[in-house]
Write a protein that binds this ligand. Structure first.
Ligand code: GLC
Length: 456
């Protein structure tokens, strides 16, 4: 038993004080949070939409940063912006057919241009040749198709005169002296108020908003953190305006109750279910079809259908959500490459979505067969085996004896018989706790066939 020395007592006291020192955004319990996130956790799959003036240069949404473009030199895109083919109902139908259950659109990206008719800026879609609020039409269209709606809002703003130049700004410098000089006259407090005012607008003027996707903090030298954004006050306002809303984790509020609801690994695959302080946490990975979030005409690193489906299945197999991005063109269309990918995903989801919706990581008691991914529906007590490589005849489930009541292909509901393995000219030994599924030699016409196991 450790002696309660003054040093140890001091540590305990500091820990006690620091737990209260962090401002409370609200006092939601773990159970209340789980209930609030239930629809999102079950829906699993959403559409991310990156759309703004950067669709005109059509070479990445960070083009201003990459090419150090000034406000003046970027103005030509504002003057040219007129998405005459914009029809968000078409977008919503594509998302729905792909099996997406929610969608998040960039109401404002780092460039500072707003798709919505903000009363706090002239740098908005309503002042371009297009002349209308793009966000309102989008909200109505996606709600009409039954999808939940979310707003991405960039904390960063490379256009605003009071947003101070920092290490990722198009006007970024090298030395502290240069930063002092370039930021002379810029008042970050004025930008902070603008930021809060605009978030208030998008959470007040468009009805119930299901998701707020803030992006992003970069603390450290010449960076920006929660103090710059006023994140604690911002999230208190968000929770007050929209108590049911689900918010991501990029306002630099790790550890604050209510500071962010899910973690957001992007553009890579997590090795396992992400944890914070050893606890599994809600998570959503955001990913692109290709190497850019915004429309990038000449970028060709497009993932193929199998890669995209494995991304979705693997995400759910680790208890997460996938937010898959499209970058519409300057005309307001989703380009044919993205449409093709969405259609192929939808072809698979049409028959196999029960292995995605309402599913999560399988219990450890079910061993993962080679070249497969498992997902599990706890409520239905069903296990889904995704065949990434198609086995030949015998498919042995190790240690599944007594666990499986019935097996079928998910896509057509045809029975898969559990019987002694096929073997010719060689004795095939199977463990006494194993179960063999007799598969047809011909692989079903499914990008990734799924076996549904009805469990005891
Ligand atoms: C990164 C990029 C940003 C993109 C975001 C999506 O933060 O900076 O352009 O919107 O990822 O998660």
């Amino acid at each position: 038993m450790m002696k309660a020395t003054p040093f140890l007592l001091g540590l305990v006291f500091l820990g006690f004080v620091s737990s209260f020192a962090q401002e409370k955004i609200w006092n939601e319990t773990a159970e209340q949070k789980e209930k609030r996130l239930k629809w999102w956790t079950e829906d699993r799959f959403g559409m991310f939409i990156h759309w703004g003036l950067y669709a005109l240069p059509a070479r990445h949404e960070w083009v201003r940063n990459r090419e150090r473009i000034t406000n003046e030199d970027y103005q030509k895109y504002f003057e040219q912006f007129n998405p005459d083919l914009y029809n968000p109902r078409e977008w919503a139908k594509m998302a729905k057919r792909a099996g997406m259950k929610y969608a998040v659109i960039t109401s404002k990206h780092h460039e500072g241009f707003t798709l919505f008719d903000s009363q706090h800026t002239d740098y908005k879609a309503t002042n371009t040749p297009y002349g209308k609020d793009l966000l309102r039409e989008w909200v109505e269209a996606f709600r009409a198709e039954g999808l939940k709606i979310g707003f991405y809002y960039s904390l960063i703003d490379w256009h605003h005169p009071h947003f101070t130049v920092d290490r990722i700004h198009p006007l970024r410098k090298e030395t502290a002296a240069e930063y002092r000089k370039v930021n002379k006259g810029r008042d970050m407090a004025k930008y902070r108020k603008y930021l809060h005012d605009q978030v208030r607008e998008i959470l007040t003027d468009y009805g119930e908003v299901d998701i707020l996707w803030l992006d992003f903090s970069y603390p450290g030298e010449f960076g920006k953190d929660r103090e710059d954004w006023g994140s604690v006050e911002l999230l208190k306002m968000v929770r007050e305006l929209q108590p049911k809303i689900i918010v991501n984790n990029r306002a630099d509020l790790e550890g604050f109750n209510g500071g962010g609801d899910f973690v957001t690994p992007e553009q890579f695959k997590v090795p396992e279910w992400p944890t914070v302080n050893g606890e599994k946490v809600p998570w959503e990975t955001c990913q692109t079809f290709s190497g850019s979030w915004g429309y990038y005409r000449d970028e060709n690193t497009w993932k193929n259908t199998k890669q995209l489906l494995v991304l979705l299945i693997e995400t759910v197999s680790k208890g997460g959500n996938l937010l898959l991005n499209v970058g519409p063109t300057a005309r307001g269309t989703i380009d044919e490459r993205a449409q093709h990918s969405l259609k192929r995903i939808g072809d698979w989801m049409k028959f196999n979505s029960p292995s995605i919706y309402g599913c999560t990581q399988a219990p450890k008691s079910y061993k993962v067969p080679q070249n497969t991914l498992l997902t599990y529906n706890k409520k239905k007590h069903r296990l889904y085996v995704h065949l990434l490589d198609y086995p030949l005849q015998n498919f042995v489930l190790e240690d599944y004896k007594g666990k499986v009541k019935y097996a079928q292909f998910l896509h057509d509901g045809s029975e898969i018989q559990m019987k002694e393995p096929y073997g010719h000219a060689f004795d095939f030994e199977m463990g006494e706790k194993d179960v063999n599924l007799a598969l047809p030699v011909v692989k079903p016409n499914m990008e990734i066939p799924v076996i549904e196991l009805i469990l005891h």
